[in-house]
Design a protein. Structure first.
Length: 401
């Protein structure tokens, strides 16, 4: 992009943009890449007022409903959305912006009153999360109604909706009637800032032990129990294997007695030492395993792909948009057992030609689909379409007025 014509972009988000682990590091990587490829970023981070009467009332309401096994998210309410919109509008008025990029910010933009064109980016839409992710189960009817209302308003208000998977795109169309032309499927960029050379990524590894890597912070949703069963089964099948579990702070006590499992605990990529440990784990593993029970996309799959690791995972949610079966990994059915995962890994471990093909394709697919440069080009196209659409609408209104 020509520096003399760089866009001024208001980047609306909820998490700290400098935090490399918040929301899997996506706000960090997206904002950095926006700044490199698309324009000058100005952060607008507004959080719900946690000491306001609204907070205390909704907090009490949520605690009361939990007595009946129901949930009500205080931060996803009409009052909260209107409060956030007012705060954001005040900040928008202090500068002249060309564009708003709202990352996972449907609540923040639902009632935002502005003529600045908006791009709304999210892993998926609210309706697709209901009874899919643990945090979206047992919601009250009111919570579901308000959540859908805010999502609908955010999608309608945006000129462009960017999501990382076909599953998310189809959900926006099916649940909210969004025009397909308004949707851009752009996979999230890798949050690792530097990658080893391709030669280093694809160098031959020691094969005395088959090293599996699991990276995730939620034991149940990420399928950690299946990963543990997989490494146990592999050893039963005669394949000497180990599993490194990274990211989970509390693991079952019995893992301490499992000779095939190593637990690193949570690694904070904001810390240089932890970041290096994590990158070394990716570099030295043979397979990446994450039998997720529910997943919108999974940035960690992009990281595994970048490191040339064949991926073993479940066919659910947005995963098929990042893992192509028999190309950069293997997609198993959601109900697949640890024995089935182990059998697939054993066959690949024996078939070196197929295994090396998956490694090579992983690196190639990362370069073709998930690199920062590819993300930057696709996002620039979405931005240009957004600005053109906005100018066309303004021109049409001026003619009709």
């Amino acid at each position: 992009m020509n520096n003399s014509k760089r866009l001024k972009i208001a980047f609306i988000l909820e998490s700290d943009p400098n935090d490399k682990i918040a929301l899997s590091g996506t706000p960090y990587s997206i904002s950095k890449n926006l700044n490199v490829f698309c324009g000058d970023i100005h952060y607008i981070r507004i959080l719900p007022a946690k000491k306001s009467p609204l907070f205390y009332w909704d907090r009490f309401k949520n605690l009361f409903l939990r007595l009946f096994g129901k949930k009500y998210e205080w931060g996803r309410s009409v009052k909260c959305a209107k409060y956030l919109a007012r705060q954001i509008q005040q900040q928008l008025e202090s500068e002249k912006y060309d564009l708003i990029y709202a990352d996972k910010a449907s609540v923040q933009i639902a009632f935002l009153d502005t003529s600045i064109p908006i791009i709304y980016g999210s892993d998926t839409v609210f309706a697709a999360m209901i009874n899919y992710y643990p945090g979206f189960t047992d919601l009250t009817k009111e919570a579901v109604k308000i959540g859908n209302l805010l999502e609908q308003k955010a999608l309608d208000k945006s000129k462009i909706f960017i999501c990382p998977s076909e599953w998310a795109a189809e959900s926006a169309i099916n649940y909210y009637g969004i025009d397909k032309k308004k949707i851009h499927v752009i996979p999230r960029p890798c949050s690792f800032e530097k990658l080893p050379s391709q030669e280093k990524l694809l160098k031959e590894k020691r094969t005395d032990v088959c090293h599996l890597l699991f990276v995730g912070v939620e034991w149940k949703r990420k399928g950690a129990d299946i990963a543990v069963d997989t490494v146990n089964r592999l050893n039963e099948l005669g394949i000497k294997a180990s599993l490194t579990i990274c990211g989970i702070k509390k693991t079952p006590p019995e893992l301490k007695n499992n000779p095939f499992v190593k637990v690193t605990g949570f690694l904070n990529r904001n810390n240089k030492n932890d970041a290096q440990i994590l990158e070394d784990l990716f570099l030295n593993a043979h397979f990446f395993i994450l039998p997720a029970r529910a997943e919108c996309f999974g940035n960690v799959f992009v990281q595994a792909c970048a490191y040339g690791l064949p991926i073993l995972t479940a066919n659910t949610g947005g995963i098929p948009s990042v893992v192509t079966n028999n190309e950069n990994g293997i997609l198993l059915e959601l109900q697949a057992s640890g024995f089935e995962y182990a059998s697939v890994i054993k066959n690949l471990w024996i078939d070196k030609e197929k295994y090396n093909y998956l490694r090579k394709r992983s690196v190639e697919i990362y370069s073709q689909k998930f690199s920062n440069e590819v993300w930057g080009k696709a996002t620039n196209e979405a931005i240009n379409k957004c600005l053109f659409t906005n100018q066309t609408e303004l021109h049409r209104k001026s003619i009709n007025s």
